[in-house]
Design a protein. Structure first.
Length: 276
């Protein structure tokens, strides 16, 4: 992925992970990169350019190349993370494994953190982040909590109220206290991953948001903020962080160029054939 780091006027580029799914269009029935439009509309409406990131062979090498052109990363929603990744037996109602997407997103997450690229996780994205940091998941919340409140089915998003903790990065974006959100999931965080701070819960105690403390921008929510076009605050927060990351890259490239230029010898007019 080609990146012009030195261009200070370029908008931040945010990558969004996708599936490779069978899709029909006209006479064609093929596998294609797929992501609902609400995701990239949320990014572009917040002032960034959106790039789709379907799973690729050799995920570590591909992620290294792709991340060099990104200023922000969104791990999007989707089917369940493989329970084998957190040492659990597969529940009968856990989705079929999508090993290609799991491996791809784990490589992207690791590479983004190494580079300091801001990361935002949505629904499955939160769960994958939790697993990547050593956490575990409840594989079927109706059994664990005795409720269907988080996935009512039929492609209809449930509304739930979460309580956002004061003094967190999340609270800085959406405010502390109660927040109505759109839910569509049957799994959730069980053991919290190492270093993650829980920043929101529902009244049954289920983790609804996590983040990393300190300067590293990693925010993840269990709900679907892309479904609320009236409230872009979480996407605006990521894009602002991506813009800061981009500015730091531009400054670093500029400083490197000045240092390189300062150490170069002045050309000799005698050897260049130019009159003194």
């Amino acid at each position: 992925m080609v990146s012009n780091v030195s261009d200070p006027d370029r908008t931040p580029v945010v990558g969004l992970t996708t599936y490779l799914e069978r899709a029909k269009q006209g006479v064609w029935d093929v596998r294609a990169a797929f992501l609902p439009q609400q995701y990239f509309d949320s990014v572009t409406a917040s002032g960034a350019s959106a790039v789709l990131l379907p799973p690729q062979p050799r995920p570590e090498q591909a992620a290294a190349a792709v991340l060099d052109g990104l200023d922000g990363l969104i791990l999007t929603g989707g089917l369940d993370v493989q329970p084998e990744l957190y040492g659990a037996e597969r529940h009968p109602l856990t989705d079929p494994a999508r090993a290609d997407r799991d491996a791809w997103e784990l490589a992207l997450l690791a590479g983004a953190r190494e580079r300091g690229i801001p990361v935002f996780g949505i629904c499955r994205g939160l769960q994958l982040i939790n697993v990547a940091l050593g956490g575990t998941l409840h594989q079927h919340l109706p059994e664990a909590l005795g409720t269907e409140r988080y996935r009512i089915g039929g492609g209809v998003f449930a509304e739930n109220t979460v309580e956002v903790d004061a003094g967190t990065r999340l609270a800085g974006l959406v405010g502390a206290g109660e927040l109505t959100v759109h839910s569509y999931h049957h799994q959730g965080v069980d053991r919290v991953g190492e270093g993650l701070h829980v920043t929101a819960r529902t009244d049954d105690g289920l983790v609804q948001a996590v983040e990393l403390p300190g300067d590293e921008y990693l925010v993840a929510v269990q709900w679907h903020p892309e479904e609320n076009a009236e409230d872009r605050r979480l996407f605006l927060g990521l894009v602002a962080a991506a813009a800061r990351y981009r500015a730091s890259r531009v400054e670093g490239a500029s400083s490197a160029g000045e240092t390189s230029g300062a150490g170069a010898p002045a050309p000799s007019s005698e050897h260049q054939g130019v009159p003194a």
